[in-house]
Design a protein. Structure first.
Length: 382
Protein backbone atom coordinates (compact mmCIF):
# COMPACT_ATOMS: atom_id res chain seq x y z
CA UNK A 1 0.00 0.00 0.00
CA UNK A 2 2.78 2.42 0.91
CA UNK A 3 4.55 1.66 -2.37
CA UNK A 4 1.35 2.30 -4.39
CA UNK A 5 0.76 5.55 -2.51
CA UNK A 6 4.34 6.67 -3.26
CA UNK A 7 3.93 5.87 -6.96
CA UNK A 8 0.63 7.77 -7.08
CA UNK A 9 2.13 10.80 -5.34
CA UNK A 10 5.11 10.73 -7.71
CA UNK A 11 2.89 10.56 -10.80
CA UNK A 12 0.80 13.45 -9.55
CA UNK A 13 3.93 15.50 -8.97
CA UNK A 14 5.16 14.80 -12.49
CA UNK A 15 1.81 15.76 -13.99
CA UNK A 16 1.65 18.97 -11.97
CA UNK A 17 5.22 20.02 -12.72
CA UNK A 18 5.40 18.99 -16.39
CA UNK A 19 3.97 22.26 -17.80
CA UNK A 20 6.80 24.19 -16.15
CA UNK A 21 9.88 22.12 -16.97
CA UNK A 22 9.75 22.65 -20.75
CA UNK A 23 9.59 19.01 -21.75
CA UNK A 24 10.20 18.41 -25.45
CA UNK A 25 9.38 15.63 -27.86
CA UNK A 26 12.59 13.75 -28.61
CA UNK A 27 14.26 14.75 -31.84
CA UNK A 28 13.12 12.65 -34.75
CA UNK A 29 15.64 10.25 -36.22
CA UNK A 30 15.72 9.21 -39.85
CA UNK A 31 14.80 5.68 -38.77
CA UNK A 32 11.60 6.87 -37.07
CA UNK A 33 10.21 8.01 -40.45
CA UNK A 34 9.53 5.12 -42.82
CA UNK A 35 9.51 7.30 -45.94
CA UNK A 36 12.85 7.23 -47.79
CA UNK A 37 12.65 11.00 -48.27
CA UNK A 38 10.98 13.60 -46.05
CA UNK A 39 11.01 17.29 -45.08
CA UNK A 40 9.26 19.30 -42.39
CA UNK A 41 9.13 23.04 -43.08
CA UNK A 42 7.70 25.97 -41.14
CA UNK A 43 5.51 27.75 -43.65
CA UNK A 44 5.83 31.47 -42.81
CA UNK A 45 9.64 31.47 -42.76
CA UNK A 46 10.57 28.49 -44.93
CA UNK A 47 12.78 27.14 -42.15
CA UNK A 48 13.45 23.40 -42.43
CA UNK A 49 12.84 21.67 -39.09
CA UNK A 50 13.55 18.08 -40.17
CA UNK A 51 14.96 16.43 -43.26
CA UNK A 52 15.70 12.96 -44.51
CA UNK A 53 17.32 12.72 -47.94
CA UNK A 54 15.69 16.08 -48.78
CA UNK A 55 17.26 16.43 -52.23
CA UNK A 56 16.96 12.83 -53.37
CA UNK A 57 15.29 12.93 -56.78
CA UNK A 58 12.14 10.85 -56.87
CA UNK A 59 8.75 10.76 -58.64
CA UNK A 60 5.98 12.28 -56.50
CA UNK A 61 2.82 11.05 -58.25
CA UNK A 62 -0.16 13.43 -57.93
CA UNK A 63 1.69 15.70 -55.51
CA UNK A 64 2.79 17.12 -58.88
CA UNK A 65 -0.60 18.84 -58.91
CA UNK A 66 0.63 21.27 -56.24
CA UNK A 67 2.51 23.06 -59.03
CA UNK A 68 -0.45 22.71 -61.39
CA UNK A 69 -2.70 24.32 -58.79
CA UNK A 70 -0.16 27.05 -58.08
CA UNK A 71 -0.26 28.10 -61.74
CA UNK A 72 -4.06 27.85 -61.72
CA UNK A 73 -4.39 30.22 -58.77
CA UNK A 74 -1.82 32.58 -60.22
CA UNK A 75 -3.94 32.65 -63.38
CA UNK A 76 -6.99 33.47 -61.23
CA UNK A 77 -5.11 36.29 -59.47
CA UNK A 78 -3.94 37.76 -62.78
CA UNK A 79 -7.46 37.69 -64.23
CA UNK A 80 -6.55 35.15 -66.89
CA UNK A 81 -8.89 32.58 -65.35
CA UNK A 82 -12.22 33.04 -63.62
CA UNK A 83 -13.70 30.39 -61.36
CA UNK A 84 -16.91 30.77 -63.38
CA UNK A 85 -15.20 30.01 -66.69
CA UNK A 86 -16.64 26.99 -68.50
CA UNK A 87 -13.90 24.54 -69.44
CA UNK A 88 -14.39 21.98 -72.19
CA UNK A 89 -12.60 18.64 -71.93
CA UNK A 90 -10.46 17.74 -74.92
CA UNK A 91 -9.95 14.20 -76.19
CA UNK A 92 -6.48 14.31 -74.62
CA UNK A 93 -7.82 15.35 -71.21
CA UNK A 94 -10.63 12.80 -71.30
CA UNK A 95 -8.14 10.05 -72.14
CA UNK A 96 -6.16 10.33 -68.92
CA UNK A 97 -5.90 7.17 -66.82
CA UNK A 98 -5.57 6.70 -63.08
CA UNK A 99 -7.76 8.70 -60.73
CA UNK A 100 -10.26 10.84 -62.62
CA UNK A 101 -13.85 12.07 -62.79
CA UNK A 102 -14.54 10.34 -66.09
CA UNK A 103 -14.69 13.45 -68.25
CA UNK A 104 -16.14 12.86 -71.71
CA UNK A 105 -14.67 14.57 -74.75
CA UNK A 106 -16.57 17.84 -75.19
CA UNK A 107 -18.00 17.82 -71.66
CA UNK A 108 -17.98 21.22 -69.98
CA UNK A 109 -17.51 22.02 -66.34
CA UNK A 110 -16.77 25.24 -64.45
CA UNK A 111 -13.19 26.03 -63.48
CA UNK A 112 -14.37 25.92 -59.87
CA UNK A 113 -15.54 22.32 -60.26
CA UNK A 114 -12.42 21.34 -62.21
CA UNK A 115 -10.26 22.68 -59.37
CA UNK A 116 -12.44 20.88 -56.83
CA UNK A 117 -12.03 17.61 -58.70
CA UNK A 118 -8.26 18.10 -59.01
CA UNK A 119 -7.82 18.81 -55.31
CA UNK A 120 -10.34 16.48 -53.68
CA UNK A 121 -10.09 13.30 -55.76
CA UNK A 122 -6.83 14.10 -57.57
CA UNK A 123 -8.55 13.92 -60.94
CA UNK A 124 -5.93 13.60 -63.69
CA UNK A 125 -8.42 14.50 -66.42
CA UNK A 126 -9.54 17.68 -64.64
CA UNK A 127 -5.91 18.75 -64.10
CA UNK A 128 -5.16 18.41 -67.81
CA UNK A 129 -8.35 20.26 -68.76
CA UNK A 130 -7.31 23.18 -66.55
CA UNK A 131 -3.79 23.15 -68.01
CA UNK A 132 -5.07 23.20 -71.58
CA UNK A 133 -7.54 25.98 -70.84
CA UNK A 134 -4.80 28.19 -69.37
CA UNK A 135 -1.95 27.49 -71.82
CA UNK A 136 -3.56 25.99 -74.91
CA UNK A 137 -1.91 22.60 -74.48
CA UNK A 138 -0.56 20.43 -71.69
CA UNK A 139 2.96 20.68 -73.15
CA UNK A 140 2.85 24.49 -73.05
CA UNK A 141 1.56 24.37 -69.48
CA UNK A 142 4.34 21.96 -68.44
CA UNK A 143 6.88 24.46 -69.80
CA UNK A 144 5.38 27.03 -67.43
CA UNK A 145 5.57 24.53 -64.58
CA UNK A 146 9.29 24.01 -65.13
CA UNK A 147 9.91 27.73 -65.51
CA UNK A 148 8.07 28.46 -62.24
CA UNK A 149 9.98 25.67 -60.52
CA UNK A 150 13.28 27.34 -61.45
CA UNK A 151 12.01 30.67 -60.11
CA UNK A 152 11.24 29.00 -56.78
CA UNK A 153 14.69 27.40 -56.57
CA UNK A 154 13.39 23.87 -57.16
CA UNK A 155 16.71 22.61 -58.48
CA UNK A 156 15.87 18.90 -58.13
CA UNK A 157 12.72 19.05 -60.24
CA UNK A 158 11.79 18.26 -63.85
CA UNK A 159 8.11 18.06 -64.77
CA UNK A 160 7.00 16.02 -67.77
CA UNK A 161 3.24 16.28 -67.21
CA UNK A 162 0.78 18.24 -65.09
CA UNK A 163 -0.85 15.40 -63.17
CA UNK A 164 1.95 13.15 -61.89
CA UNK A 165 1.30 9.99 -63.87
CA UNK A 166 4.50 7.92 -64.09
CA UNK A 167 6.73 9.15 -66.90
CA UNK A 168 10.47 8.74 -67.43
CA UNK A 169 12.37 11.76 -66.11
CA UNK A 170 9.42 13.23 -64.16
CA UNK A 171 11.21 13.86 -60.85
CA UNK A 172 11.37 16.13 -57.84
CA UNK A 173 12.51 16.01 -54.19
CA UNK A 174 10.92 16.37 -50.77
CA UNK A 175 12.55 19.77 -50.38
CA UNK A 176 11.26 21.01 -53.72
CA UNK A 177 7.75 19.78 -52.90
CA UNK A 178 7.91 21.78 -49.67
CA UNK A 179 8.95 24.88 -51.63
CA UNK A 180 6.07 24.69 -54.09
CA UNK A 181 3.62 23.76 -51.32
CA UNK A 182 4.66 26.84 -49.37
CA UNK A 183 4.10 29.01 -52.44
CA UNK A 184 0.67 27.48 -53.10
CA UNK A 185 -0.51 28.06 -49.52
CA UNK A 186 0.09 31.79 -49.99
CA UNK A 187 -3.11 31.59 -52.05
CA UNK A 188 -5.51 31.08 -49.16
CA UNK A 189 -8.36 30.21 -51.52
CA UNK A 190 -6.75 26.77 -51.92
CA UNK A 191 -7.92 25.87 -48.42
CA UNK A 192 -11.55 26.25 -49.50
CA UNK A 193 -10.92 23.15 -51.62
CA UNK A 194 -8.42 21.17 -49.52
CA UNK A 195 -10.77 21.30 -46.52
CA UNK A 196 -13.60 19.56 -48.43
CA UNK A 197 -14.19 16.02 -47.20
CA UNK A 198 -17.30 15.06 -49.15
CA UNK A 199 -18.93 16.87 -52.06
CA UNK A 200 -20.43 16.28 -55.48
CA UNK A 201 -20.18 17.33 -59.12
CA UNK A 202 -22.53 17.29 -62.10
CA UNK A 203 -25.47 18.44 -60.01
CA UNK A 204 -25.11 15.64 -57.48
CA UNK A 205 -24.56 12.83 -59.98
CA UNK A 206 -20.85 12.38 -59.11
CA UNK A 207 -19.86 12.11 -55.46
CA UNK A 208 -16.26 12.92 -54.49
CA UNK A 209 -14.39 12.06 -51.26
CA UNK A 210 -11.06 13.59 -50.29
CA UNK A 211 -7.98 11.39 -50.64
CA UNK A 212 -6.41 13.14 -47.62
CA UNK A 213 -7.53 10.95 -44.70
CA UNK A 214 -5.80 13.26 -42.19
CA UNK A 215 -8.76 15.61 -42.62
CA UNK A 216 -10.71 13.25 -40.38
CA UNK A 217 -7.95 12.37 -37.90
CA UNK A 218 -5.44 15.20 -37.44
CA UNK A 219 -6.06 18.33 -35.36
CA UNK A 220 -5.30 21.45 -37.38
CA UNK A 221 -4.92 19.80 -40.79
CA UNK A 222 -5.55 22.21 -43.68
CA UNK A 223 -4.44 20.22 -46.76
CA UNK A 224 -2.74 19.66 -49.10
CA UNK A 225 -2.19 16.88 -51.65
CA UNK A 226 -1.71 13.12 -51.79
CA UNK A 227 -0.32 11.00 -54.60
CA UNK A 228 0.19 7.33 -55.38
CA UNK A 229 1.65 5.52 -58.41
CA UNK A 230 3.67 2.35 -58.94
CA UNK A 231 6.92 4.26 -59.46
CA UNK A 232 6.41 6.92 -56.78
CA UNK A 233 4.84 4.85 -54.03
CA UNK A 234 2.60 6.69 -51.57
CA UNK A 235 3.44 10.38 -51.29
CA UNK A 236 2.02 13.41 -49.53
CA UNK A 237 2.41 17.09 -48.82
CA UNK A 238 0.44 17.75 -45.62
CA UNK A 239 -0.23 21.22 -44.25
CA UNK A 240 -1.53 22.05 -40.79
CA UNK A 241 -1.93 25.09 -38.54
CA UNK A 242 -2.20 25.40 -34.78
CA UNK A 243 -2.17 28.88 -33.30
CA UNK A 244 0.58 30.93 -34.97
CA UNK A 245 2.46 27.90 -36.30
CA UNK A 246 1.85 26.57 -39.82
CA UNK A 247 3.76 23.52 -41.02
CA UNK A 248 4.37 21.64 -44.26
CA UNK A 249 5.12 17.93 -43.95
CA UNK A 250 6.37 16.14 -47.08
CA UNK A 251 6.89 12.38 -47.39
CA UNK A 252 7.82 10.61 -50.61
CA UNK A 253 8.03 6.93 -51.46
CA UNK A 254 6.11 5.31 -48.61
CA UNK A 255 5.16 1.66 -49.12
CA UNK A 256 1.54 2.07 -48.03
CA UNK A 257 -1.03 4.78 -47.55
CA UNK A 258 -1.08 4.01 -43.84
CA UNK A 259 2.66 4.66 -43.56
CA UNK A 260 2.28 7.88 -45.55
CA UNK A 261 -0.32 9.33 -43.19
CA UNK A 262 1.53 8.11 -40.09
CA UNK A 263 4.81 9.68 -41.23
CA UNK A 264 3.16 12.98 -42.19
CA UNK A 265 1.40 13.15 -38.81
CA UNK A 266 4.59 12.28 -36.90
CA UNK A 267 6.45 15.12 -38.59
CA UNK A 268 3.65 17.57 -37.83
CA UNK A 269 3.51 16.39 -34.21
CA UNK A 270 7.23 17.00 -33.86
CA UNK A 271 6.94 20.51 -35.26
CA UNK A 272 4.00 21.58 -33.13
CA UNK A 273 5.61 20.16 -29.98
CA UNK A 274 8.95 21.84 -30.48
CA UNK A 275 8.68 25.23 -32.17
CA UNK A 276 6.83 28.51 -31.95
CA UNK A 277 6.87 31.49 -34.27
CA UNK A 278 7.57 35.05 -33.15
CA UNK A 279 6.84 38.26 -35.05
CA UNK A 280 9.88 40.53 -35.32
CA UNK A 281 9.45 44.22 -34.53
CA UNK A 282 11.82 47.19 -34.47
CA UNK A 283 13.58 47.60 -31.11
CA UNK A 284 12.75 50.66 -29.02
CA UNK A 285 16.38 51.88 -29.14
CA UNK A 286 16.46 51.94 -32.95
CA UNK A 287 17.80 55.40 -33.97
CA UNK A 288 15.45 57.51 -36.09
CA UNK A 289 18.25 59.41 -37.88
CA UNK A 290 22.01 59.72 -38.23
CA UNK A 291 24.30 62.79 -38.40
CA UNK A 292 25.64 63.79 -41.84
CA UNK A 293 28.95 65.63 -42.34
CA UNK A 294 29.24 68.18 -45.14
CA UNK A 295 25.66 67.87 -46.32
CA UNK A 296 22.89 70.28 -47.20
CA UNK A 297 21.13 68.92 -44.10
CA UNK A 298 22.89 67.88 -40.93
CA UNK A 299 21.11 64.53 -40.61
CA UNK A 300 19.17 61.93 -42.56
CA UNK A 301 16.36 59.71 -41.37
CA UNK A 302 16.90 55.96 -41.15
CA UNK A 303 14.64 53.17 -42.36
CA UNK A 304 14.72 49.46 -41.59
CA UNK A 305 12.03 47.24 -43.07
CA UNK A 306 11.35 44.41 -40.65
CA UNK A 307 8.34 42.37 -41.73
CA UNK A 308 9.38 38.90 -40.82
CA UNK A 309 8.88 36.09 -38.39
CA UNK A 310 11.35 33.83 -36.64
CA UNK A 311 11.13 30.21 -35.53
CA UNK A 312 12.23 29.56 -31.96
CA UNK A 313 12.51 26.50 -29.76
CA UNK A 314 9.40 26.11 -27.64
CA UNK A 315 11.05 24.45 -24.70
CA UNK A 316 14.12 26.50 -23.81
CA UNK A 317 12.65 29.90 -22.97
CA UNK A 318 14.02 31.49 -26.13
CA UNK A 319 15.29 35.02 -25.51
CA UNK A 320 15.27 37.31 -28.54
CA UNK A 321 17.67 40.26 -28.44
CA UNK A 322 18.93 42.76 -31.02
CA UNK A 323 22.25 44.31 -32.03
CA UNK A 324 22.45 47.59 -33.98
CA UNK A 325 25.59 48.22 -36.01
CA UNK A 326 25.71 51.89 -37.09
CA UNK A 327 28.49 54.50 -37.45
CA UNK A 328 28.25 57.67 -35.34
CA UNK A 329 27.99 59.81 -38.49
CA UNK A 330 28.32 59.56 -42.27
CA UNK A 331 29.68 61.85 -44.98
CA UNK A 332 27.64 63.48 -47.71
CA UNK A 333 26.54 62.83 -50.38
CA UNK A 334 23.99 60.25 -49.28
CA UNK A 335 21.73 58.43 -51.72
CA UNK A 336 18.26 57.30 -50.67
CA UNK A 337 18.13 53.56 -49.79
CA UNK A 338 21.91 53.44 -49.31
CA UNK A 339 22.84 50.86 -46.69
CA UNK A 340 24.09 52.57 -43.53
CA UNK A 341 24.15 49.72 -41.00
CA UNK A 342 22.65 46.43 -39.87
CA UNK A 343 20.00 45.34 -37.39
CA UNK A 344 20.60 41.78 -36.17
CA UNK A 345 18.20 39.59 -34.19
CA UNK A 346 19.70 36.96 -31.90
CA UNK A 347 18.02 34.00 -30.23
CA UNK A 348 19.77 33.02 -27.01
CA UNK A 349 22.81 35.03 -28.17
CA UNK A 350 23.03 33.22 -31.52
CA UNK A 351 22.58 35.22 -34.74
CA UNK A 352 19.24 34.40 -36.33
CA UNK A 353 18.35 37.08 -38.89
CA UNK A 354 19.69 40.44 -40.10
CA UNK A 355 18.16 43.45 -41.90
CA UNK A 356 19.74 46.44 -43.62
CA UNK A 357 19.37 49.90 -42.07
CA UNK A 358 19.13 52.37 -44.97
CA UNK A 359 18.96 56.10 -45.62
CA UNK A 360 15.38 57.25 -45.90
CA UNK A 361 16.25 60.29 -48.03
CA UNK A 362 19.04 61.70 -50.21
CA UNK A 363 21.42 64.38 -48.92
CA UNK A 364 23.47 66.49 -51.31
CA UNK A 365 27.02 67.43 -50.52
CA UNK A 366 27.44 71.11 -49.64
CA UNK A 367 28.61 73.13 -52.67
CA UNK A 368 28.09 76.60 -54.12
CA UNK A 369 25.74 75.21 -56.75
CA UNK A 370 23.73 73.24 -54.20
CA UNK A 371 23.47 76.29 -51.92
CA UNK A 372 22.35 78.49 -54.84
CA UNK A 373 19.72 75.90 -55.78
CA UNK A 374 18.52 75.78 -52.16
CA UNK A 375 18.23 79.59 -51.92
CA UNK A 376 16.37 79.79 -55.25
CA UNK A 377 13.91 77.09 -54.17
CA UNK A 378 13.35 78.91 -50.86
CA UNK A 379 12.61 82.18 -52.64
CA UNK A 380 10.10 80.54 -54.97
CA UNK A 381 8.25 79.01 -52.02
CA UNK A 382 7.76 82.41 -50.35
Amino acid sequence: MLRKAFVSITLCAVLLLSPFVGLKVNALSADSISAPSAVLMESSTGKVLFEKNPHEQRPCASVTKVMTLLLVFEAVDSGKLSLDDEITASEHAAGMGGSDIWLEKGETMSADDMIKATVVVSANDAAVALAEHISGSEDAFVEKMNSRAKELGMNDTVFKNCNGLDEEGHITSAYDVALMSRELTKHEKIFDYTSIWLDNLRGGKTQIVNTNKLLKTYNGITGLKTGTTNDAGCCMSATATRGDVSLISVVLGCKTGKERFADAAALLDYGFANVSVKELTLPEDMPKSIEVNGGMTDSVKLECKVSSKIVVDKGNGAKITTEIDLPDKIDAPVEKNRKIGTLTYLVNSKKAQSFDICAGDSVQKTSFGALLEYVFASLISL
